[in-house]
Design a protein around this ligand. Structure first.
Ligand SMILES: Cc1cc2nc3c(=O)[nH]c(=O)nc-3n(C[C@H](O)[C@H](O)[C@H](O)COP(=O)(O)OP(=O)(O)OC[C@H]3O[C@@H](n4cnc5c(N)ncnc54)[C@H](O)[C@@H]3O)c2cc1C
Length: 457
């Protein structure tokens, strides 16, 4: 039996990224005495590192934050009302659709801002913050001294303490190289990206160039500059984009590389890109790298045998193509806090493992599947082809497809083309063959007529 626990319990959270701090604040509010251990002080966490990622999150992840009583930034961030998608390949402009989000908005908040503000609240409410780059040796006495220890040190850090789950991990290497840069100079009104959607700057825009990779622009809340735009690009191994991304070594060079990419490959959006400017106040407004999608075991052990729980990127890492990492971490944090608040026994191997497995089943496995779908994984290529064609043919399916970023569980029953047709029929109320028969290749995408001068006049 579980009851609301009232006796005094102690928790440690290692890592003060947005996931760790969110869990720490939740545990504090649930009555735990909480210590956060961080390898950097609060100021350096905010100003001396890049954001971990774009961290665009949707309805379910916002609901997890709200369930913890935390601000969701819906009132501060520029909102995403949907996603416009364009697919080109073999020199052809093939597929275009505009998917509206149904009943939720997306928002991308600088991870440094969110972690910083939550850390401030944590300290105001009596949480303890210790600057200590925790080693595996240091972790042992910390875990011995606490009832529950969460390890949220990101993809590096102490993640090695948690064995890779080889049954759930399907890739042995990153699938894309990544480049991201945050910029200013573009408003968020209907004049921006109007050629992609009447909602203009309320949408984020995703373009696929089949041989090279993918490119995305979306509204963003930067820690200093406020409402801005973020670019995120994915380069396939061995392509021209990969070489270009590898050359980035500053915000300025990243911005130049992105501008040239749009000039050479994605000219339909070029006027907007030419209007953007680097954020001079933040030298860390860019990032390059790669993520190997990975599941780890939920429980690890210190040298002395104390169980510790993996949280956020330490537990599951996603390629960001479907925007699942930050969402997953926030949802996992909320579930762990809710479960810990009402658990009456020890936070032992069995408890940590059961909670983790339940989280994987409720969210992470589906999130990884949708990521594979958007990565054009060969196993899902045919299904993806049907989905994208149906989205181009029917706005209801476009909305359902972009809705999988919010509720990836919708993709759970889809494992074959027949399943894909069933989902298309369920969403549209029509036979999938009829929907797909309406699909016509885009031919030529509409080009932007955006004029920065007209927008500011
Ligand atoms: C390019 C890119 C774009 C992305 N876009 C999206 C998106 O659109 N939507 C989405 O949902 N997700 C996205 N993600 C994923 C998302 O950004 C991450 O999942 C999320 O920010 C991870 O947060 P975290 O707190 O788990 O880890 P981190 O942010 O990595 O935090 C870990 C913290 O632990 C600290 N630390 C490390 N080692 C130690 C130690 N030994 N002792 C103490 N402290 C330590 C680190 O300094 C850091 O502060 C993206 C990722 C990338 C790379």
């Amino acid at each position: 039996m579980t009851t609301q626990h009232t006796s005094h319990r102690k928790a440690a959270v290692i890592g003060a990224g947005q996931t760790g701090v969110t869990a720490a604040l939740g545990l504090l509010d649930a009555g735990f005495t909480v210590t956060v251990y961080s390898d950097k002080d609060q100021r350096d966490l905010r100003d001396k590192v890049p954001a971990t990622g774009t961290a665009l999150i949707f309805g379910e992840a916002q609901a997890a934050e709200a369930a913890l009583g935390l601000p969701t930034y819906l009132d501060r961030a520029p909102l995403h009302s949907g996603l416009t998608v364009r697919v080109a390949g073999g020199g052809e402009e093939l597929i275009a659709f505009d998917g509206a989000f149904d009943g939720f908005h997306g928002l991308a908040v600088d991870t440094r801002l969110k972690a910083d503000e939550r850390l401030t609240t944590f300290l105001e409410r009596g949480g303890r913050f210790v600057v200590d780059p925790v080693t595996p040796e240091r972790l042992d006495p910390i875990a011995a001294d606490n009832d529950l220890t969460l390890v949220a040190t990101g993809r590096g850090g102490l993640s090695q303490l948690f064995e890779v789950d080889r049954t759930r991990t399907v890739y042995d290497a990153p699938q894309r190289s990544l480049l991201t840069v945050t910029v200013t100079g573009l408003p968020h009104d209907e004049s921006v990206f109007a050629h992609r959607s009447p909602a203009g700057g309320g949408r984020s825009g995703f373009s696929i160039v089949a041989e090279e990779g993918e490119a995305w622009w979306g509204p963003y809340l930067h820690k200093d500059a406020g409402p801005t735009w973020a670019f995120l690009g994915w380069a396939r191994p061995g392509g021209d984009w990969e070489k270009r991304f590898a050359a980035a070594d500053s915000a300025e060079s990243a911005h130049r590389i992105v501008t040239d990419l749009y000039r050479d490959y994605l000219d339909w959006d070029l006027p907007e890109v030419l209007a953007t400017r680097v954020l001079s106040e933040d030298p860390h407004s860019w990032l390059k790298g790669a993520v190997r999608p990975l599941f780890r075991r939920g429980v690890g052990h210190t040298a002395g045998g104390h169980p510790v729980a993996a949280l956020g990127d330490t537990a599951v890492a996603y390629d960001p193509i479907a925007g699942q990492g930050a969402q997953s971490g926030l949802i996992q944090a909320q579930r762990l806090v809710a479960a810990a608040a009402t658990h009456d026994g020890a936070f032992d191997d069995a408890w940590i493992t059961a909670e983790y497995e339940a989280f994987l089943e409720a969210r992470a496995e589906d999130a990884a599947k949708v990521t594979r779908l958007f990565l054009s994984d060969p196993e899902f290529a045919e299904i993806g082809g049907q989905f994208f064609s149906a989205a181009a043919a029917d706005p209801r399916f476009a909305s359902a497809l972009v809705g999988t970023l919010h509720r990836p569980q919708a993709a759970r029953p889809v494992n074959s083309v027949a399943d894909a047709h069933q989902l298309i029929a369920q969403v549209t109320g029509e036979d999938a063959a009829e929907v797909l028969a309406r699909f016509r290749p885009a031919g030529r995408f509409s080009r932007s007529q955006y004029s920065a001068a007209a927008a500011t006049a």
